[in-house]
Design a protein around this ligand. Structure first.
Ligand code: NAI
Ligand code: MG
Length: 477
């Protein structure tokens, strides 16, 4: 049975409880994790506070950076093992799991290199004064992360936090936390002092809520569902701390009549089937100019009917859905779409030898989808694509921006003026022109507006989120 990782040690949950871990591939329980609760969270927060006040907090920025770079190297040294753990835990294709572990390493390389380049500012002020603005760590950061990209999410949130000299307490998702636990050991072997990184596994309502509500947390970051995002923000408000929230999307891919379809179609299909559609930035709506609607639909159908669902080790386009609960949710959504009479443009296919109790869903494209249909507005978090027609640029913008979400959007057009006009008008944290997703993009600031959340992760901007400024005003005459 897996344990918690607190103050550099693997320890059991004080309550002694466990949670079964199911394989999405077979539906069978294959391990158990520790059911951490509030007393475990409390121990982890105390260890993190001690690290901030102790060895870890006393390190120079250069020394912290060196530790992070070392962690990145160790992750790459152990990539085979970590990718296998990640694929087993999530059911994702092994090649995708490998990319995720590479991204985990990249986060540590990137923020390791950045740690000692955070310079602060000097502000011209009154005669006889010198004013500097320095960036300091927030202190103890609580991180609640989801199951869809467990390794990437871990790197994305803790690497910038540690780079700035914070200490972290992570509550990974109960559905996929094996990589986090192994990673914590690797990080400590790479020189991260005890207490700088603590992992408390457990249920969201128990360990997650206890972490969000903990009075000695200085910052909380969360990626997951909008409903839990509200709970996190409420808990943060009660403790007067900042929170960074990333809560998913209904991301539009806008295809104009002048798009290069040879280039666009494979990327558009890839952007919804990657990770079986369980991606916050999945391109789940394809908006197509009416003049080329039939042509685009025909090409999407041809490509989509080749999408294969299979076992992770067979390099399929889609593996299974993460849990029985999510499997049920996605199937229910698809059934409702079919019952409501939405036309099916195309479906993928499943390998014939899939285990009966695994959580496999057949990918599907629906269209034309009416603008007020549930599928046009709500996140499915599965391999389900909605296609909607639009008339002109104004209509495309209204449609693209017309959901509660705002995370990522893409523009497919060969017209330079149109690309720039649309990039200005599409709402969200990232806009891609004739591409999508940009391969992980550790360097690229990322985050949402509205129901997609707020705050920015990735890139150098994350260092601002994970630190606070202090303005030092000196009067020397
Ligand atoms: P969730 O929001 O319940 O889970 C995400 C994390 O939050 C997990 O670590 C969970 O243990 C924790 N959590 C749950 N309840 C909590 C609480 N009351 N206090 C503190 N932490 C809590 O998401 P779930 O149920 O796994 O998936 C439901 C839907 O959420 C998905 O269908 C999808 O639409 C969305 N989602 C979005 C993600 C994204 O990348 N933005 C990732 C995962 C889910
Ligand atoms: Mg699992």
């Amino acid at each position: 049975m897996s344990k918690l990782f607190i103050d550099g040690e693997n320890v059991p949950a004080t309550g002694g409880g466990t949670i079964p871990v199911y394989s999405p591939v077979t539906g069978e329980a294959y391990a158990e994790i520790a059911r951490g609760q509030s007393q475990d969270v409390d121990a982890a927060v105390r260890a993190a506070r001690a690290a901030v006040n102790g060895d870890w907090g006393k390190k120079t920025a250069t020394e912290r950076g060196r530790v992070l770079v070392q962690i990145g190297s160790k992750v790459l040294e152990n990539i085979d093992e970590l990718a296998e753990i990640e694929a087993r835990d999530t059911g994702k294709p092994i090649a995708l799991a490998r990319k995720d572990i590479e991204a985990l390493a990249r986060y540590f390389e990137f923020y390791g290199g950045a740690a000692d380049k955070v310079h602060g500012e000097v502000i011209p002020y009154l005669a006889g004064y010198t004013v500097s603005v320095v960036r300091e760590p927030c202190g103890v950061v609580g991180h609640i992360i989801p199951w869809n990209y467990p390794a990437q999410m871990l790197g994305r949130t803790i690497a910038p936090a540690l780079a700035m000299g914070n200490a972290s307490v992570v509550k990974p998702a109960e559905d996929a936390c094996m990589t986090s636990l192994r990673f914590a050991e690797i990080a400590n072997e790479a020189g991260l002092p005890a207490g700088a990184l603590n992992i408390v596994t457990g249920y969201g309502k128990e360990a997650g809520a206890a972490l969000a509500e903990h009075p000695d947390i200085n910052l909380i970051t969360f990626t997951g569902s909008p409903g839990v995002g509200v709970a996190i923000q409420t808990a943060a408000a009660a403790n007067h701390v900042k929170c960074v929230l990333e809560l998913g999307g209904k991301c539009p891919q806008v295809v104009f009549e002048d798009a290069d379809l040879d280039k666009a179609i494979p990327v558009i299909v890839g952007a919804i089937i990657q990770n079986a559609g369980q991606t916050c930035s999945a391109g789940s709506r394809v908006l197509v100019q009416r003049t080329v609607f039939d042509q685009v639909v025909a090409r999407l159908a041809a490509r989509f009917s080749e999408v294969r669902v299979g076992l992770p080790e067979t390099s399929p386009d889609c593996g299974p859905i993460i849990t029985k609960a999510q499997f049920g949710r996605v199937n229910q959504f698809i059934a409702e779409c079919k019952q409501s009479g939405l036309p099916v443009i195309a479906e993928g296919f499943m390998d014939s030898d899939l285990p009966e109790d695994g959580y496999y869903v057949k990918p599907v494209v629906f269209g034309p989808v009416p603008r007020n249909h549930k599928l046009a507005l709500e996140e499915v978090f599965g391999p389900v694509l909605a296609v909607l027609p639009f008339d002109d640029e104004d209509d495309a913008v209204a449609l693209a921006n017309g959901t509660d979400y705002g995370l990522v959007a893409s523009i497919w057009s060969e017209n330079g003026g149109r690309q720039q006009r649309l990039a200005k008008r599409l709402e969200g944290g990232q806009v891609f022109i004739n591409c999508y997703g940009a391969g992980g993009g550790v360097e690229l600031p990322f985050g949402g507006i509205r129901k997609s959340g707020h705050g920015r992760e990735k890139g150098l901007l994350a260092l601002d989120e994970f630190s606070i400024t202090k303005t030092v005003v000196s009067h020397h005459g």
